[in-house]
Design a protein. Structure first.
Length: 111
């Protein structure tokens, strides 16, 4: 393994420790890791936003570039996984062009 790969794995390991600790602190659940990203669920939108802020603050200190997408929506949990449009939207609103930025979208269905 080359030095760049060593640095990349070190960065991923440090990032994993940061987000696991923050998710637990803000009452979230880590659903799954996807490559160098992850998917988490929170009972409150405010907990998700506070968690994102803490994750980014710590990652910035450690010079770990990342973006976070947060989307509030109805989802379906099945067999330790989650499905629904909300999952797709959250994954798409994060954009590699915006390092150290978190983007939040929310919608409400009116009757």
């Amino acid at each position: 393994m080359g030095s760049d790969e060593d640095r990349a794995f070190d960065m991923l390991s440090r990032n994993r420790t940061i987000y696991q600790d923050c998710i637990k602190l803000f009452n979230g659940s880590l659903i799954k890791e996807i490559g160098d990203g992850m998917l988490a669920s929170f009972p409150l939108a405010s907990d998700a936003v506070r968690c994102a802020m803490d994750i980014q603050k710590e990652c910035k200190k450690q010079e770990i570039p990342l973006t976070i997408g947060i989307h509030e929506a109805e989802v379906v949990f099945e067999d330790d996984d989650v499905f629904g449009d909300g999952v797709n939207v959250a994954s798409r609103i994060q954009d590699d062009e915006f390092t150290f930025v978190y983007l939040v979208t929310m919608f409400r269905v009116l009757e």
